[in-house]
Ligand binder design. Sequence first.
Ligand code: GAL
Length: 681
Amino acid sequence: MAGLNDATRGRLLFGGDYNPEQWPPEVWQEDVRLMRDAGVTLATVGVFSWATLEPSPGARDFGWLDDVLGRLDEAGIGVCLATPTASPPPWLGARHPETLPRDEHGTVVWYGSRNQFCASSPVYREHAARITEDLARRYGRHPALRLWHVNNEYGTACYCDETARHFRSWLRDRYGTLQALNEAWGTAFWSQRYGTWDEIIPPRRAQYLINPTQVLDFRRFTSDALLECFVAERDIVAAHSPDVPVTTNFMPLFAGQDGWRWAAEEDVVSVDLYPDPAAAHDDATGPAHGALVQDLTRSQAGGPWMLMEQAASAVNWRPVNRPKPEGLMRQWSLQAVARGADAICFFQWRQSRQGSEKFHSAMLPHAGEHSRTFDQVRALGEELAGLTDVVGTTVTASVAVLHEWSAWWASGQPGRPSAALDYPAVLATWHQALWEQNLTTDFAHPEADLTGYRLVVVPQLYLLSDAALDNLTRYVRGGGTLVCGFFTGVADVDDRIREGGVDERLRRLLGIARVHEWWPLAEEERVGLSDGSHGTVWSEDLELADAADDSEDAGRAEVIAAYATGPLAGRPAVTRATAAGDVGAAWYVSTLPERPALRALLAEAARTAGATPVLPDAPAGCEAVRRGELLFLLNHLPEQITVPLQDPHTDLLSGQAHPTEVTLGRHGVAVLTPTPKGSRA
Ligand code: GAL
């Protein structure tokens, strides 16, 4: 099977989305000259070219693309060729309105923007397959072709009648019988029982709360329906070029696709990433967000991955769009390399002069080649070209953060104990608390093999399958350390509340007899804990298991911190359990501690589990990651920092030797290789 190494061929890929159809051929000539100047090795072409390639139904205009690919090839620039199916031409919607998606209200989502297709529409699929087939037949053996890019950021949900038919057939596959569906959905509630398959519809606009399992299944279905579109196009392009890997770009920590299932279908996992340049260094939307998405993407890929899109400077879709100060684009690019990326690409190569994204930055901005942005792009291209040692190497993590999309979909619905519970925010807080102390983390599916990890954390997984619960039990019984966050293990895969409110296997592991009640906190409310710290978002009325229970699998919990204020004062808040004869431990954290407290708690759990931070002496604000033999150091503080080293190193970026320490200025980065013994440092 083709993989990312077939595209990189030993060099980090560097480039961006290239939309030549927006420009006359004179500009193409300049583009190629400047791409060479900037060290671009990969141009992603054709992402939104459908209307240019097929100006009227069945017509083909490949001449311009022949020309562009020929020029890129001549210049030695590789091509990531996109199927154009994310943005069907207006004629498709005008002639076949059934290809247009409908929202929950039944309102048509019109053309005039992009992504206006219904994944279940056979007419859309047929047209998408035809243009993909012709594109693949024509360019599948093109010498410049390095990678296929199918569609773009799949994610449009549709609620139309065609979707309803498709949803029913998906449900038939899942449940087999209507009786099984009625049971799984709990349709005895509110007289929702279905008597025929035809009565079932997507969760359209309704009078009040919609059946939660119907909503959950519809999200699973939507992800699968979109995935079918990807797989269909992937198979077409692969048939014409079996040695060329195929990807589709994910949005960062995106709710609309089951990222584990999708990644399994891709040769290369790629992501688009846009942290906020205006964020403070320790804000969740800044470099911590970058690290989270990079760790997740690497874990989905199971190795090197591709940064398909980032901004050279400002985006145009925040309320206020701040440019990146000098050095930040470089630092965030190298952060991605540190965390496993083998391709650093941008949206987009040349800044548009028309259309909705003309104020979105690009590698080559309106200000032209003599601009601060282009200077930085050129410098980055040169640096990345020098980092051949990193290509194909891996990042090893001793900590796993468990994450799963169904749990997100189920816990994010209305009608729960608290609307203030925000799954991705909880996940991000836990990840950031680990990231801030340079504990390298993977993400993992709760049913994945966890035996290689010293520490496994579950920030909040409301829904857990039986297989996942057995997996966690096995992990702890096998000597692992588990830290489990609040409101976890509550529902089964049908969103049916587990017997006793929290799964019994988990309660036994945690040494908890029962959770009497969920006690969510008001927004901005903090609850005091006995160690002087505070919890936010959530609290729980817990009762610990009887310490006298000496059956083999009964976890005995000690209270690490109790609630100190509010209605639960004196009751356990954070616990740690071990079972007789076990080496493993299972912590339970029934609130969301403020980040410094969560950091301290995780530091202690990691220490006892034997998970060590990269460079334990690194000062705060210094991100340290090991990739292969290389040690990446990044300074996220506004001021200069000095980082002590245990052994002499040489910085591959500056060529400088660092016998004992490295000093990094604002946005500074060092990529250190151990200095061979005997050489003069
Ligand atoms: C991405 C998209 C690109 C471009 C970019 C702007 O979501 O794939 O085509 O729109 O955002 O930030």
